[in-house]
Design a protein around this ligand. Structure first.
Ligand SMILES: Cc1cc2nc3c(=O)[nH]c(=O)nc-3n(C[C@H](O)[C@H](O)[C@H](O)COP(=O)(O)OP(=O)(O)OC[C@H]3O[C@@H](n4cnc5c(N)ncnc54)[C@H](O)[C@@H]3O)c2cc1C
Length: 480
């Protein structure tokens, strides 16, 4: 089980990131090079930071549990996206800082030097890297607005990332002031080998596992409007998946069992049950076909991933708050609490647009008889059953959920559409819950509205970028 690997939390990860960035600079300090202007030294450091940072982006893409497991997919993807911006900034500043001293003395000569760097064949790999990184960041920032299938964007993302990093490595080894020689050149070869290894794991080893440890679709059951529950069982020879309720897997099916085509889905069942259950809402090309998949179809499963679990957060009492198909991991947690006879107080709010979107509510209603479970069923519209209420999850309703519970010892696990997650998360903070007790998982990575917790995370990530800036300045001062 991947959970057996060491899983680093946010702070140790940030420190490791900065220490990794220090390595090439420390190695550069051991080289003897011609004296240079501090700005030129800063330019060299920016190049080193950007090149290593691009290589590190391959392991912050949410696929390595050791790196992202303890942080959760939401946070690690947030870091991945913000780091991309400071890498782009570093790559853009790299040639500018090299020519800045010339510019200051003689602007015409400064322009000539910049033109030389951008057009001379010796520097071409650097320009290619810059172009690929620029396209990478822009196509990611605009992904929601591009008329491309997700898989097309994702394939392009991988190709551009590879071009950007390998062109940067070539540039460093070919013309780097510090990097073209000695131990630092060796370091860059090693970094290149590291990226190649990561690619081999992501798209070679995982592909092999999807084929060698195949699963089989046992049944597909409609649980709500355009929402299906898949029962997936291991094929002979495939080991069981030791997971915690609330985690998710990457799934592929049939002949398309290649990691580029996999989709993340939360496990909606308890590990006490054999196999896996996934509750899937039709949302696009892949999920729209889910209800028509024939039993017996071969399924690829990669996982488990994530920390959206009671085991990771150990609450004394728990608020489970789900919107739409966001009920999937929460259903898994409830089913697991039932299987384990968990006595902890649990309050579940389940909000949908229309009552026909409620999945498995009879099962949830029945669970109130066994668990210390209170249930809020909310629908924005439509004919309601007596135990349902009309409307959204207001702060008043959240306050009712917390009645009788100590906010400092209660944890909230929220899963649903972006705006709901933001509204509920902020409201729970207003009700006195500490930020670290409010945990959420969103089903898409596309930014949008930000919660107070998102903004706090962003500040943390930006401060890592700021620390990198200080390291660059420190290098320029020390190497001068
Ligand atoms: C951690 C996590 C857990 C999830 N759990 C569930 C679940 O239990 N049930 C459920 O119905 N949905 C879940 N989702 C959402 C689900 O992955 C997407 O709805 C699905 O991948 C859409 O694919 P599509 O081809 O049908 O639609 P598309 O039209 O291709 O995509 C719709 C949107 O889904 C996202 N998406 C698409 N493909 C991927 C991918 N391969 N990786 C990441 N995001 C993608 C993109 O934001 C895209 O804009 C989860 C998502 C995440 C990140």
């Amino acid at each position: 089980m991947q959970a057996g690997l060491p899983r680093l939390h946010a702070r140790p990860l940030a420190v490791s990131y900065l220490l990794a960035a220090l390595v090439p600079m420390a190695l550069a300090l051991t080289q003897r090079v011609a004296p240079a202007d501090p700005l030129e030294l800063a330019a060299a450091a920016l190049g080193m930071v950007a090149t290593l940072g691009m290589a590190i982006q391959f392991v912050t893409s949410g696929r390595f549990e050791g790196v992202s497991g303890a942080m959760g997919i939401d946070k690690i993807m947030g870091f991945h996206k913000i780091a991309a911006w400071w890498l782009l900034l570093a790559v853009l500043l790299h040639p500018l800082a090299y020519v800045a001293p010339t510019w200051a003395d003689n602007p015409d000569l400064g322009w000539l030097r910049l033109e030389f760097y951008l057009t001379d064949p010796a520097y071409r790999s650097g320009v290619v890297s810059l172009g690929a990184l620029l396209m990478l960041v822009v196509t990611s920032a605009l992904r929601e607005h591009l008329p491309w299938r997700y898989e097309t964007w994702r394939g392009l993302h991988v190709v551009l990332a590879l071009i950007a990093v390998f062109a940067a490595l070539h540039h460093a080894i070919a013309v780097g002031r510090f990097s073209a020689q000695g131990v630092l050149a060796g370091f860059w070869w090693l970094a290149g080998a590291g990226v190649a290894l990561v690619m081999a794991v992501l798209y070679g080893w995982r592909w092999l596992r999807l084929h060698r440890h195949a699963w089989k679709l046992a049944s597909v059951t409609q649980q709500a409007d355009r929402m299906w529950e898949l029962d997936i069982q291991p094929q002979t020879g495939t080991p069981a998946l030791p997971y915690h309720a609330g985690q998710f897997v990457w799934m592929t099916e049939g002949a398309r069992r290649f990691p580029l085509f996999d989709h993340p889905f939360s496990i909606s069942d308890s590990p006490a049950q054999p196999g896996l259950k996934l509750l899937i809402k039709e949302a696009g090309d892949f999920t729209n076909r889910i209800g028509t998949l024939p039993p017996g179809r071969t399924i690829g499963i990669d996982g488990p991933y994530g920390e959206f679990t009671l085991q990771a957060h150990q609450p004394q009492a728990v608020l489970l708050i789900g919107g739409g198909v966001g009920i999937a991991p929460l259903l898994g947690i409830i089913r697991d609490m039932l299987a384990r006879g968990d006595p902890r107080p649990v309050r579940l709010a389940y909000a949908v647009g229309q009552p026909q979107n409620f999945a498995c509510i009879d099962e949830l209603r029945a669970a109130t008889q066994t668990l210390d479970l209170k249930l809020w069923l909310l629908s924005e519209d439509g004919p309601l059953d007596p135990d349902m209420a009309k409307g959204r999850l207001t702060p008043e309703r959240l306050g009712q959920m917390l009645d009788g519970l100590d906010p400092a010892r209660t944890k909230a696990l929220i899963c649903g559409p972006g705006p709901m997650v933001v509204g509920v998360s902020d409201a729970l903070l207003d009700l006195g819950m500490p930020m670290q007790n409010v945990i959420y998982e969103r089903f898409d990575y596309a930014g949008g509205l930000r919660s107070r917790q998102d903004r706090a995370r962003t500040r943390g990530f930006v401060s890592v970028g700021g620390a990198l800036g200080l390291l660059v300045a420190g290098f320029a001062a020390l190497a001068g």
